[in-house]
Write a protein that binds this ligand. Structure first.
Ligand SMILES: [Zn+2]
Length: 486
C-alpha cells in the first residue's frame, strides 16, 4: 500500500523534511568522525526513525570521504537496494526471541565483510524479551569498534533503563502541519497530481503528524488523482474519513465556544443515529492526539487537558445516566464556556439542576488552574490570618464533615456538591480530602475554594488545619491517561 512512501523515502540527509535537530547532530558527528556505538531513536510511528537509521548506516559506510552519505558509491547503492551485507535489520516486533540476539552476539566479534562498520538496526526494540535485552546489554557494555547499533522504538518507556543509558538518544517528533504539507506537496508535484488545498489539508489533518500516514493517504487517492483533481467530498469518501472529518469539525466548534452550534451538532448526530458512545471515544482519542502534539511542541495544554477530563467523565457518566447523551451534552456546554467562566455564573446554569451526577461537577476556571499547581504555591499568598490557637486537628466526625460541607454549600452550591463526593481522612494531623477525579482535585485546590474549605474546617474544628487533596485509589481513568502522556 505504501508504495509512494517507499518510492519517495529520503535517501540522503538533505532529503529529510523535519527532525532538523537530529539530522544536524548526526551530520556534525560524521564530520568529526565521532559516531556513537549505539543510538536510540524514539518517537511516534511514521516520522522517519528507520529512514534516518538507514541513512546513518549509509553514511557510516560511505566511500566518499567528504560527503557522507554520497548516495552514489557502491556501499550507498547497496544499502539503498537492501543488498548490503553489513547492514542487518531486525524487526523485534516479529523477532522477539533470544536466539536472534544470541546469533547477533556470536557474529558481532567478526569484522564487517565489506563496510567499515557493521550496522544493526533493531526496530521496535521494546518488543524484545527480557532475555534478549540481557543478551543485548552484554554486547552494549563492550561494543566492538566496528559495530553500530541503531535501536528504534515507539515505546521508550518499555526499554530498560540499562539499555537507554548506553545509547545516544534522539527523540523524533510528529511532523508539524506545514512540514507534512511540504512533504505531500513535493510528492504530488513529482507525480503530477493536482491536489486542491482542501484535499491537501484533509490529508495533513488526518495524518496526525505522521509523514508515513500522510503519504499512505495520498497513495490511496493516487489512482483517482492520476485522472485529475478530486473534490474534498470525493476524497473523504475514498478515504472513508467522514467520521474523522466530523470529529475535526466538532472540535473546531468546541474551540470556538459556540454552545448553540455544538448542541445542535450533537442533535444532528443523534438524529442520524450516530452511536454516541463510539463518538465520545473517538473524540477523546482525537483530542488526546492533539494534546500529544501540543506537548511535543511545548504549547499550552490547558484546553486539551480540561476537555479530556470532561469528556472522560461524560463517557463514564453516560453508562449510568437516565439519558445516555446528556452527560456529553453537559460536558460540551461546560467546554464551550471556555476561559473566564466563574463559579457564581455557573450556579445559575440550567445544567446544575439536571438529574445526572455530572451536574455536580463544577466548571474549572482555566486561568486559575494554570496558576495553581499545589497548595504550596499560594499558601504564602493567603491574605486572611489563619484562625489558629496552635492546636492541631486530631479527629473529625462524619457529622462535623457534613456540617462543614453544608455551610460551604450555602455559599457555593457547586463546590458543596463537589465536596459531598469526597472522602475525608486524617493522616497524622493532616486532613486529606480524597477526590474521585483529577479535575475535582484541581477544583478543590483552586485558590478561592481551597481558602474557603480550609477556613470553614478551621472554624468548625477551632484549630489550625493542614489540608491537602489527593485522588482516590489508583484506578482513576483520568490519572491513568495522564501517566500515558508523561
Ligand atoms: Zn556513498
Amino acid at each position: 500500500m505504501a508504495t509512494l512512501y517507499r518510492k519517495y523515502r529520503p535517501q540522503l540527509f538533505k532529503d529529510i523534511i523535519g527532525q532538523d535537530h537530529i539530522v544536524k547532530t548526526l551530520q556534525k558527528a560524521l564530520e568529526n568522525d565521532r559516531l556513537a556505538h549505539a543510538y536510540l531513536f524514539c518517537g511516534p510511528r511514521g516520522v522517519g526513525k528507520t529512514t534516518i537509521a538507514r541513512i546513518l548506516a549509509k553514511a557510516a559506510n560511505c566511500l566518499d570521504a567528504k560527503n557522507r552519505p554520497c548516495g552514489k558509491c557502491k556501499n550507498c547503492l547497496a544499502i539503498a537496494q537492501g543488498k548490503f551485507i553489513d547492514l542487518i535489520e531486525i524487526d523485534a516486533a516479529s523477532n522477539r526471541g533470544i536466539d536472534e540476539i544470541r546469533d547477533l552476539r556470536d557474529k558481532i566479534q567478526f569484522a564487517p565483510n565489506i563496510g567499515k562498520y557493521r550496522v544493526y538496526i533493531i526496530d521496535e526494540v521494546h518488543m524484545l524479551t527480557r532475555e534478549a535485552f540481557n543478551a543485548l546489554l552484554k554486547t552494549l557494555e563492550e561494543p566492538p569498534a566496528h559495530t553500530i547499533f541503531i535501536f528504534a522504538t515507539t515505546e521508550i518507556h518499555k526499554v530498560p533503563e540499562t539499555v537507554i543509558s548506553r545509547c545516544q538518544r534522539f527523540d523524533f517528533h510528529l511532523g508539524k502541519s506545514a512540514l507534512v504539507e511540504k512533504s505531500i506537496k513535493q510528492i504530488a508535484k513529482s507525480e503530477k497530481f493536482k491536489l486542491s488545498d482542501d484535499v491537501l489539508r484533509l490529508i495533513v489533518k488526518a495524518s496526525g503528524g505522521s509523514y508515513r500516514d500522510a503519504q499512505s493517504l495520498l497513495d490511496q487517492l493516487s489512482p483517482y488523482l492520476a485522472k485529475g483533481e478530486i473534490t474534498l467530498a470525493e476524497a473523504l469518501k475514498i478515504l472513508n474519513l467522514a467520521a474523522l472529518e466530523q470529529l475535526i469539525e466538532f472540535i473546531d466548534i468546541l474551540k470556538s465556544n459556540d454552545q448553540k452550534k455544538a448542541i445542535s451538532y450533537l442533535q444532528n448526530l443523534r438524529e442520524r443515529g450516530v452511536d454516541f458512545a463510539e463518538f465520545v471515544n473517538m473524540l477523546i482519542a482525537k483530542v488526546r492526539e492533539e494534546l500529544i502534539e501540543k506537548i511535543q511542541a511545548g504549547d499550552d495544554l490547558s484546553w486539551h487537558q480540561i476537555t479530556l477530563h470532561r469528556l472522560i467523565a461524560a463517557a463514564l457518566e453516560s453508562k449510568s445516566s437516565p439519558i445516555d447523551t446528556l452527560p456529553l451534552e453537559l460536558a460540551v456546554l461546560d467546554i464551550c464556556e471556555g476561559e473566564g467562566g466563574e463559579d457564581i455564573k455557573q450556579e445559575s446554569k440550567p445544567q446544575q439542576d439536571a438529574p445526572s451526577k455530572i451536574s455536580e461537577i463544577p466548571k474549572d476556571d482555566l486561568a486559575e488552574d494554570k496558576k495553581i499547581e499545589s497548595k504550596l504555591d499560594f499558601k504564602e499568598e493567603k491574605k486572611e490570618p489563619a484562625k489558629t490557637d496552635q492546636k492541631k486537628l486530631t479527629q473529625i466526625s462524619a457529622d462535623q464533615r457534613k456540617a462543614i460541607i453544608e455551610t460551604i454549600a450555602t455559599k457555593n452550591k457547586t463546590f458543596g456538591s463537589l465536596l459531598e463526593t469526597t472522602e475525608w481522612i486524617l493522616e497524622g494531623d493532616r486532613l486529606v480530602i480524597l477526590a474521585g477525579f483529577n479535575f475535582h482535585k484541581d477544583k478543590i485546590m483552586e485558590k478561592k475554594n481551597y481558602s474557603t474549605l480550609k477556613s470553614e474546617v478551621e472554624n468548625a474544628m477551632n484549630c489550625e488545619v493542614d489540608l491537602i487533596c489527593k485522588i482516590k485509589g489508583k484506578e482513576d481513568i483520568a490519572e491513568d491517561i495522564g501517566s500515558v502522556f508523561f
